[in-house]
Ligand binder design. Structure first.
Ligand SMILES: Nc1ncnc2c1ncn2[C@@H]1O[C@H](COP(=O)(O)OP(=O)(O)OP(=O)(O)O)[C@@H](O)[C@H]1O
Ligand SMILES: [Mg+2]
Length: 338
């Protein structure tokens, strides 16, 4: 089954062609970073209008790169939420039009399911990449979410922990702004932290006791702000140390909770998903600590960590009838919950 995926939940315009929920024949993404940079964050109105301008060309490019036409497509999968209302409706309207015009089945996909299912994808040149074996624990860590998920089987899962305030990616972006790093902050902070000492400053690690799988990152962000208020020269002279110490606090908490969840549930596989799973320290530390406990640690290829449409087509394949709707039932749902 070959599905066309469409993703426009935030500021990336994306389309992809995915075979059997596994092989991304194409994965095309038009970034809007250059249009939001001067504002230091995503401007919803601009995001929506840029999706309108770009989406048709992105879909055509996804078909062309896969060397396919609409005649080869068996269904259309689109992100219905969560996300920005004005962004979601653009993708949903396009999917609706295509499903009607080509008489194709439509799949209404939750963006977070997409992130999780990114672990099932592989590239055409890496066909032997291992598939996740259920049950497993997945840490979905992105710009808007930090959720620990117990996956009982593909398409059946439950949230066992979530952030009580800021998402980890949001904390990265806010601390990057405090350090004057620009937009988008997460990858820039990640790069800067490589030159810093993660033990230079001791920033707080919240909710580390055994009583909860929930997270909290707003105190950490505030602690970095207080540090920089008290030592303004550190934003220039010791920015790499601040970045590395902040990152160490985030990654310590994310790894500790994910490993503790695996122990508590008795599962042997843990997986990462979402934009922050592109983070170099998180990828390496979770791998190292997980493998030391004899766990299988799955980390999606980088292109499938941040927002993309291949993960949406993949989720549709695995969710099947749970996600299948008639085209007129497709609706943007900015608060679409797990
Ligand atoms: N290398 C990295 N290190 C740390 N954070 C990163 C890295 N790369 C991306 N991020 C962060 O990931 C986030 C973007 O991820 P993603 O695109 O999945 O989020 P989103 O789609 O906006 O939110 P959500 O998926 O929760 O709706 C941003 O906060 C960004 O700073
Ligand atoms: Mg996302």
């Amino acid at each position: 089954m070959r599905l066309l995926g469409i993703e426009t939940s935030c500021d990336d315009t994306a389309a992809a062609v995915v075979m059997d929920g596994r092989i991304a024949e194409s994965n095309v993404l038009a970034s809007q970073d250059e249009f939001h940079r001067e504002y230091g964050g995503v401007v919803p109105e601009i995001a929506s209008r840029k999706h309108v301008e770009t989406l048709n060309a992105v879909i055509e490019a996804a078909l062309a790169r896969a060397n396919r036409t609409f005649d080869d497509i068996d269904g259309v999968a689109v992100t219905c939420g969560p996300g920005l209302a004005g962004s979601l409706v653009v993708g949903v309207a396009a999917a609706q039009g295509l499903a009607y015009a080509r008489d194709l089945p439509a799949f209404a996909i939750n963006h977070l399911h997409g992130h999780l299912f990114a672990n099932y994808l592989t590239d055409p040149d890496e066909p032997d990449r291992a598939l996740p074996q259920t049950p497993f624990v997945c840490l979905v860590v992105s710009g808007g979410h930090t959720d620990l998920i117990e996956v009982q089987e593909p398409g059946r899962h439950r949230v066992i922990g979530r952030t009580l305030d800021d998402a980890a990616g949001e904390a990265y972006d806010k601390v990057a702004r405090l350090l004057g790093l620009g937009f988008p902050g997460g990858p820039l902070l990640d790069a800067l932290a490589r030159d810093g000492d993660p033990r230079a400053f001791r920033f707080p690690r919240a909710l580390m006791d055994d009583s909860t799988f929930d997270f909290s990152f707003s105190g950490l962000k505030t602690s970095v702000r207080y540090h920089l208020d008290a030592n303004p020269e550190d934003a220039q002279t010791r920015a790499a140390d601040v970045a590395a110490s902040f990152q160490a606090a985030v990654v310590d908490v994310l790894c500790a909770k994910t490993l503790r969840a695996a122990r508590a549930l008795g599962v042997r596989t843990i997986a990462l998903a979402g934009g922050v799973s592109a983070n170099s320290m998180l990828r390496s530390q979770l791998r190292r600590l997980g493998e030391a406990e004899g766990l299988r640690v799955l980390v999606p290829p980088l292109a499938y960590c941040t927002d993309n449409a291949a993960m949406i087509a993949c989720a549709a394949y695995y969710r099947g009838d749970l996600a299948r709707v008639s085209p007129d039932e497709l609706r943007a749902d900015p608060n679409f919950a797990w």
